[in-house]
Design a protein around this ligand. Structure first.
Ligand code: FRU
Length: 325
């Protein structure tokens, strides 16, 4: 009872981490609600050349729609343009390219996110203190935009010094290494702004090992639910605050289906963010764990449904066969 998929969607992920996994699960779960959709997710490990290969293969295989989170904007732009020029609809999500040759964009506004964090930090410091920034991959647009928004928010405060900004490529271990040199360089650090929670965790570990974690406060981004991730980092006091960076996988697939079915769709969809700190982390954890159990139920339900449909299909074949004799 194999049915040919009506639509094949190719998804090219730039990284392999818990944020991407959550997003992938959302996309796959959302796809269960549509008939005849096949989602093919290919993931690289922060590697432009490999991601270009994946996208080129999707083009060759003739996918009906392409979803791309570009690792770095400049190197990934030409191959996305190539897909678009060949008439393949392209949804760019989370990170941007340097061209308007795409069909739709979905993601948070990273400049506004950086600004919200800058304002939070300025408040927390009462306009006075030393900050270091541990940034994501410099060539990726969220790293550039978060930095610019952050600087715009703190620059009206002459008492706040951004001592340094280090590129840790969105990665935990690199953040640890960068934090090591920052600690050696600066005897007084009040706030560590890490552009994601994973890098905040790496930086925290190193500061902790050197007995300096208590001197400073850590701010992150992503606020993922689940063991060891952002919300828990706030609850256990490693992070003073983190900001939700929505994964929005369900929204991406809804948009893909609108495009494929020639319905109207917005060209830019901006997903919203919100702060998670000691005031709301507990309720956030309760609600996300409730949502997780509901998600599991949806998957169980889907499993039962397809068993039922399979059985129904075989019964029909048997019935049809018996009518022939
Ligand atoms: C996941 C991630 C997130 C970050 C986002 C930026 O791959 O590194 O931690 O917020 O990408 O694009």
């Amino acid at each position: 009872t194999h049915r040919e998929a009506r639509f094949r969607i190719g998804v090219s992920q730039c990284s392999d981490d818990e944020w991407r996994h959550q997003m992938n699960n959302e996309m796959l779960r959302e796809a269960l609600f549509y008939d005849g959709v096949e989602i093919d997710i290919r993931t690289v490990k922060d590697d432009n050349a490999e991601q270009i290969k994946d996208i080129r293969n999707f083009i060759k295989e003739g996918v009906d729609l392409l979803v791309v989170a570009p690792n770095e904007a400049a190197p990934i732009t030409p191959v996305v343009e190539e897909a678009f020029d060949r008439g393949i609809p392209v949804i760019v999500f989370d990170r941007k390219i340097l061209s308007d040759k795409y069909t739709a964009y979905i993601g948070a506004d990273n400049y506004e996110l950086g600004k919200a964090i800058g304002n939070y930090v300025a408040n927390m410091l009462h306009g006075q203190g030393n900050v270091v920034e541990i940034a994501g991959l410099t060539g990726s647009t969220p790293a550039m935009d978060r930095h610019q928004g952050f600087v715009a928010a703190i620059s009206p405060y002459p008492g706040i010094q951004l001592l340094a900004r280090e590129d840790a490529g969105w990665l935990r271990s690199e953040a640890g290494e960068k934090m090591d040199t920052l600690l050696a360089r600066f005897p007084e650090i009040d706030v560590v702004y890490a552009q994601n929670d994973r890098m905040a965790a790496g930086a925290y570990d190193v500061a902790e090992r050197q007995g300096r974690a208590e001197e400073m406060r850590f701010i992150g981004t992503d606020a993922l639910p689940g063991e060891g991730y952002g919300v828990e980092q706030v609850l256990n006091g490693q992070l003073d605050a983190t900001f939700i960076y929505p994964t929005g996988g369900d929204r991406v697939i809804q948009m893909a289906m609108d495009i494929l079915n020639k319905r109207d769709f917005p060209r830019e969809t901006i997903l919203s963010t919100s702060v998670v700190d000691a005031t709301n982390a507990q309720i956030m954890q309760m609600q996300t764990s409730h949502i997780a159990t509901l998600d599991e139920k949806i998957e169980t339900m889907n499993g039962k449904m397809s068993q039922f449909l399979d059985r129904y299909a075989t019964q029909q074949v048997i019935l049809y066969g018996s009518l022939l004799v």
